[in-house]
Design a protein around this ligand. Structure first.
Ligand code: 2HA
Ligand code: ZN
Length: 270
């Protein structure tokens, strides 16, 4: 059995959590990440028949039965993931139609997965239906996106168009746009279901006055997606109070679509 701390999925998770913390997106215990793992990949590092504990999830997700996830822990600080990965991270296998999670590694202080586990797992189900390669769901609290939800309409088309207009590459990176949920109580199955519904049509879902969810095929891509949206929100917050003299026009967006072979969300461009 190989040393799990050398597994590429653990190394990459540690680097990503650290990078997110360094970006200021994950103060205190803010944020959470889940990464879908291959059984064969996990089997190189862990005895798959050794279950440390079984934890009830409080929801069902039959689509994910038997699937393995590396996930951040509830109440854990991203800042500390690099110093004690086995305390702050865990590897679980969903069983019993997703109603139970078998802990195979991690959460060594008796902890459990993130309070946002429902939103993560339901979002995985939704994204896997759209893209069989989707492996990551990531949540964090980037300052400018959050700020924007206080001063910008939450209308999804308008919110997306504003972000697209803030940096040339935005429409290329997230042509599906950004979906937006109004403020809702976090950590519940309800916000999980609402987030998953929004994930059917976009890989980014803003939680107003709270943060953002991103989904993607690997940690780098998902990080980059949130990074790009947050950069656009940063530009918006720099200019929102100033007269706008120039912008990226819809005609220019159409040029970007052609040049990069992407298609902006239906009905979002004139
Ligand atoms: O505590 O970010 O949404 C982690 C969170 C909850
Ligand atoms: Zn949060």
């Amino acid at each position: 059995m190989k040393d799990i701390l050398t597994a590429p999925f653990i190394v990459e998770m540690i680097r990503t959590a650290t990078n997110m913390y360094d970006h200021g997106w994950d103060e205190r215990n803010g944020g959470n990440i889940s990464l879908l793992l291959d059984e064969a990949e996990v089997g190189e590092y862990l005895a798959l028949d050794t279950v440390l504990r079984t934890i009830s999830t409080g929801f069902s997700a039959p689509e994910l039965n038997g699937k393995y996830f590396l996930v951040t822990g509830t109440g854990k600080y991203f800042k500390n993931v690099q110093y004690a990965p086995e305390v702050n991270l865990g590897i679980v296998r969903l069983t019993n139609g997703g109603e139970s999670a078998e802990l195979l590694w991690g959460f060594t202080d008796g902890g459990r997965f993130t309070s946002e586990f429902p939103a993560h797992m339901m979002s995985h189900v939704a994204r896997l239906k759209v893209d069989g390669e989707n492996k990551v769901v990531m949540h964090c609290h980037p300052g400018n996106l959050l700020a924007m939800t206080y001063v910008h309409t939450l209308d999804e088309r308008e919110f997306t168009r504003t972000l697209w207009q803030m940096c040339t590459e935005c429409i290329v990176v997230f042509p599906d746009g950004v979906n937006v949920l109004p403020w809702m109580l976090c950590g519940t199955n309800e916000i999980g279901e609402a987030t998953a519904k929004k994930m059917e049509t976009a890989r980014l879902v803003v939680w107003a006055q709270h943060g953002i969810y991103g989904a993607g095929k690997d940690l780098d891509e998902t990080f980059g997606l949130i990074e790009t949206a947050e950069k656009a929100a940063e530009i918006f917050m720099k200019i929102a109070h100033l007269p706008r003299v120039n912008t990226i026009t819809d005609e220019q967006m159409h040029q970007l679509e052609k040049r990069f072979g992407v298609k902006g969300r239906e009905g979002y461009l004139k």
